[in-house]
Ligand binder design. Structure first.
Ligand code: COA
Ligand code: ZN
Length: 312
């Protein structure tokens, strides 16, 4: 076991979560939620995306969200950018990091980005050249890295071709996205080991969805492999509008609870995080999938006198 002692939790609910909501959450509310996350100690957040507002109208206010949010020193505000136009908008809005993405599956890439994987790889080369001298970090992300809702299993060689492309054009940080919750512990172990062998200097982040209830089991596999960076959504929001069957990310409070109980440092205050999740529930007007936000940590005790008693 080489479980890390410290883990970076990247909050993606404001992007992966809100892109999936049917109603537009107003800009002021988004900013207040982000400020709450910062107050809870979150320091790396995917705050929004600079994609086509016609494709994802829920995030059409991306620049205003970045301009209005409190950004404490040491925080990193990442944004999704699908093309050069997105990158230009992200730089202009003062994002700290762009996340440039492509799907490992041809059919999902066409649904999500309206182009072939090859064309997306060309776009990625152009983006890398464009930001070479810009004051912005860059990270790659591969959607459907562990399986595709249209094509099923993804060949490891197909995934490795994309990883190799990101590496060749200068990316040293990469998220493996499990867009529709198809990852399993065995698949995670195998995939992480293959990338580590060929690209040992590529920093990996794992991004799981809890679609089939084994998101945190996949995290455990990642931790045992020494991976120290995970993406999750407040309250367990999340999903891709262009991938059938997509549901919530692993939940940030549940993840932080697990890491706390393992003695792994995150810098995040669980109680404050739960308060933000509760606020998110109120904003969206429905119950969210997160579990620790409902039960509290394991030592939240109940009043003995208040509990029912099974008498005769
Ligand atoms: N930001 C804002 N507008 C953009 C944009 C961006 N990053 N990229 C393209 N547009 C605009 C263009 O200016 C053009 O506008 P116009 O019709 O008013 O001239 C229009 O969108 C179409 O541009 P085009 O380059 O032909 O894009 P497309 O229709 O082929 O769509 C993407 C390609 C990548 C822009 C679109 O598929 C997209 O935004 N996908 C993201 C999906 C997503 O966020 N998925 C969830 C995350 S996994
Ligand atoms: Zn996702």
């Amino acid at each position: 076991m080489n479980v890390p002692t410290k883990v970076e939790v990247i909050e993606v609910g404001m992007r992966d979560g809100l892109q999936m909501e049917s109603d537009f959450v107003d800009t002021g509310t988004k900013i207040a939620l982000i400020n709450g996350l910062m107050d809870a100690g979150v320091r790396h957040i995917e705050a929004t995306s600079f994609v086509s507002p016609r494709a994802v109208p829920q995030l059409a206010d991306a620049a205003d969200v970045l301009a209005g949010a409190h950004r404490p020193s040491g925080s990193r505000f990442a944004v999704l950018a699908p093309n050069l136009k997105g990158v230009e908008r992200a730089i202009e809005a003062g994002a700290d990091e762009i996340v440039v993405f492509v799907s490992a599956s041809e059919s999902h890439n066409r649904k999500n980005l309206n182009r072939s994987i090859d064309r997306s790889l060309d776009d990625i080369s152009n983006i890398a050249a464009q930001v070479q001298h810009a004051d912005i970090k860059k990270k790659g992300a591969i959607a459907c890295a562990f399986g595709c809702p249209f094509e099923g299993d993804i060949e490891l060689s197909a995934l490795m071709r994309i990883v190799g492309h990101f590496h060749a054009v200068g990316f040293r940080a990469l998220t493996l996205g499990d867009t529709t919750g198809m990852a399993t512990p065995a698949l995670v172990e195998h995939t992480v080991a293959a990338i580590r062998d060929d690209y040992p200097d590529m920093r990996l982040t794992l991004h799981f969805h809890n679609t089939r209830g084994i998101g945190l089991a996949n995290v455990m596999t990642g931790l045992n492999a020494g991976i120290d960076s995970y993406e999750s959504s407040i309250g367990g929001l999340g999903g891709c509008p262009f991938a059938p069957g997509a549901s919530g990310n692993i939940c940030t409070e549940d993840l932080v609870y697990l890491l706390n109980e393992m003695g792994i440092e995150t810098g995040i205050d669980l109680d404050k995080l739960i308060a933000v999740a509760t606020r998110m529930e109120a904003v969206l007007g429905r119950t969210l999938p997160g579990q620790v936000m409902k039960s509290g940590p394991r030592l939240r005790l109940h009043e003995y006198e208040d509990a029912a008693c099974a008498t005769g």
